[in-house]
Design a protein around this ligand. Structure first.
Ligand SMILES: [Zn+2]
Length: 84
């Protein structure tokens, strides 16, 4: 570990078993922020190993996050060739 976010403040070390639940709670609490924001929020209070991986997992399994991610609908690829 070359860095320490917890140097100057008290951080709670979060065990892997509750990490997903905690991240999900953060997601709900902060209206589904981006992965970057989630990491930032998390790091402000907690510390956990593999948090990036866990955030990835939580946000990709959260359908609200998926919706938020794909919000710019006008950037959708052209699908006018739908032959129906
Ligand atoms: Zn979410």
């Amino acid at each position: 570990m070359a860095f320490s976010l917890c140097e100057t403040r008290e951080c709670l070390v979060v065990p892997r078993s509750v990490l997903d639940g905690l991240l999900t709670a953060l997601q709900i609490q902060f209206s589904h922020p981006s992965k970057y924001q989630t990491k930032h929020l998390f790091s402000g209070y907690f510390f956990a190993l593999d948090v990036d991986k866990a955030i990835d997992l939580v946000s990709s399994s959260c359908h609200i996050c998926e919706t938020v991610k794909s919000t710019p609908k006008h950037f959708q690829p052209q699908s006018s060739e739908e032959a129906s």
